[in-house]
Design a protein around this ligand. Structure first.
Ligand SMILES: *[C@@H]1O[C@H](CO)[C@@H](O)[C@H](O)[C@H]1NC(C)=O
Ligand SMILES: *[C@@H]1O[C@H](CO)[C@@H](O)[C@H](O)[C@H]1NC(C)=O
Ligand SMILES: *[C@@H]1O[C@H](CO)[C@@H](O)[C@H](O)[C@H]1NC(C)=O
Ligand SMILES: *[C@@H]1O[C@H](CO)[C@@H](O)[C@H](O)[C@H]1NC(C)=O
Ligand SMILES: *[C@@H]1O[C@H](CO)[C@@H](O)[C@H](O)[C@H]1NC(C)=O
Ligand SMILES: *[C@@H]1O[C@H](CO)[C@@H](O)[C@H](O)[C@H]1NC(C)=O
Length: 394
């Protein structure tokens, strides 16, 4: 069945050799079906118990787009089955969701799926579940400037990751239920701009990318004395932020000045991201700030996120195509050649996604390169699915 997506392509004719290579008709479908066949992103943890997971939220977003594109109900059913494992009949969110005990932004990434299912099915439990996330944001601890703390146990810290985890939901919820609420839109805009200003590499650092995070109190072990930012630019953190920009721009009302603010941040960052790619391969280093340094390597999740954000940015008209599409296509070619490996049973494996990158430790280059990579890590595989959906829409 899986093989029905494989297009036998003989290169023999063009190359004058006997080499035969199989290419899938759609990498997006191949990636999604492979993850589904492994039970990835299904609302359960590896121990079989319900689990609220931002990776599942990211994958569900890709499945939603794939469902809308193909009309294949399998994808919708998989989303709903996964969510029904963490949202009970009365709308309570289970699966380790802490709310006031830990105030994490990560679980909120599943919120856009709740809102989507509410929109499609009208079932009240999904709205009740989304309301709990919205309530969390209402009392989420903040810096003196108003940035959400990434977690209760990381006081005063803003991480780029948190923008994708918390604020795409915040925007979708506001769009769906409180479109009139100007202070909510002001606040969403502030989450993006505070993060941008506080993590931006300053004028003395030419690339102008974003450090992984900052500590407004400057007390974290990694915080720079002058501005409190962490020392390195980690590819996936910037990838989350870039994806959040293009996804939130779809939702943010054009009549509010925040739309133009987000747009100008995207337009500032996109050329710098494009130019930060490795010139030969076209993909991005794990630690973008240290290209070529021993131990650094080309990382697949961040690369896939940049490809998604650049292609979508152009497709939606947020970016004028200034070499973005060709840069993304070059990176995409490297991804499919080097990080996609067909399995004998017809599924595909996804390589080279770093397991985690946290500001829990010392935030140094040595830390980032010490974290192992995984095969079929859903954070990367979901991003590859997203980038493939975009690539196949061009
Ligand atoms: C294909 O094989 C891999 C291991 O090589 C396994 O993890 C996966 O579950 C298999 N998928 C199917 C659909 O049999
Ligand atoms: C829908 O997707 C599933 C999983 O890939 C596949 O088995 C099925 O054949 C597809 N259905 C249609 C109508 O294409
Ligand atoms: C909702 O259901 C869960 C179990 O499914 C139960 O533990 C909880 O008490 C219920 N909450 C309310 C408000 O009924
Ligand atoms: C509007 O949004 C603000 C900021 O999130 C929030 O504090 C307020 O409760 C919202 N208004 C209503 C009526 O929900
Ligand atoms: C730029 O950042 C570096 C490193 O954080 C710092 O040493 C320098 O003082 C900053 N310069 C300005 C103009 O903020
Ligand atoms: C930072 O942590 C890494 C491991 O996570 C370690 O290898 C390195 O020595 C530490 N660096 C400093 C300066 O403490």
């Amino acid at each position: 069945m899986m093989l029905s997506f494989l297009l036998l392509l003989s290169l023999a004719a063009s190359h004058g050799s006997a080499v035969t290579t199989k290419l899938p008709a759609s990498y997006a479908i191949w990636a999604a079906d492979s993850a589904i066949s492994r039970g990835q992103g299904d609302g359960l943890g590896s121990n079989g118990a319900p689990l609220v997971s931002y990776e599942h939220g990211e994958f569900q977003w890709a499945l939603r787009l794939l469902y809308e594109k193909t009309g294949n109900r399998t994808y919708f059913d998989y989303i709903q089955q996964g969510v029904d494992r963490v949202v009970t009949q009365n709308g309570t969110v289970i699966g380790g969701y802490g709310f006031t005990t830990d105030y994490q932004l990560d679980p909120i990434r599943t919120g856009p799926t709740f809102l989507y299912l509410y929109g499609v099915t009208g079932q009240e439990k999904y709205k009740i579940a989304a309301d709990q996330y919205r309530k969390q944001l209402e009392t989420q601890p903040r810096t003196a400037q108003g940035q959400f703390w990434h977690k209760l146990r990381y006081p005063n810290q803003g991480w780029l990751d948190g923008i994708y985890m918390g604020d795409v939901f915040y925007a979708q919820y506001t769009h769906d239920f409180q479109a009139w609420n100007t202070s909510a839109w002001d606040d969403i805009q502030a989450q993006f701009t505070l993060m941008y200003r506080n993590t931006l590499q300053n004028a003395t650092s030419p690339p102008g990318l974003l450090y992984h995070g900052y500590d407004y109190s400057h007390t974290a072990i990694w915080a720079s004395p002058d501005r409190g930012h962490s020392p390195e630019v980690w590819d996936r953190a910037l990838g989350w932020y870039m994806m959040a920009l293009v996804d939130t721009l779809d939702i943010f009302p054009r009549s509010h000045p925040g739309h133009d603010t987000l747009l100008s941040i995207l337009r500032d960052l996109a050329p710098r991201v494009r130019d930060a790619a490795d010139a030969t391969s076209g993909v991005w280093w794990l630690v973008i700030t240290q290209p070529g340094r021993t131990g650094n390597y080309f990382e697949s999740s961040g690369t896939a996120m940049f490809v998604y954000a650049l292609l979508k940015g152009v497709r939606r008209g947020y970016l004028h195509n200034d070499g973005f599409v060709s840069a993304a296509k070059k990176a995409y070619g490297y991804m499919t050649k080097n990080w996609v490996i067909g399995d004998t049973n017809g599924t595909m494996n996804w390589l080279n996604t770093v397991q985690v990158g946290s500001l829990d430790g010392n935030g140094t280059f040595e830390y980032y390169i010490s974290v192992p990579t995984d095969i079929n890590d859903l954070k990367g595989l979901a991003a590859f699915t997203l980038s493939s959906i975009e690539y196949e829409s061009v």
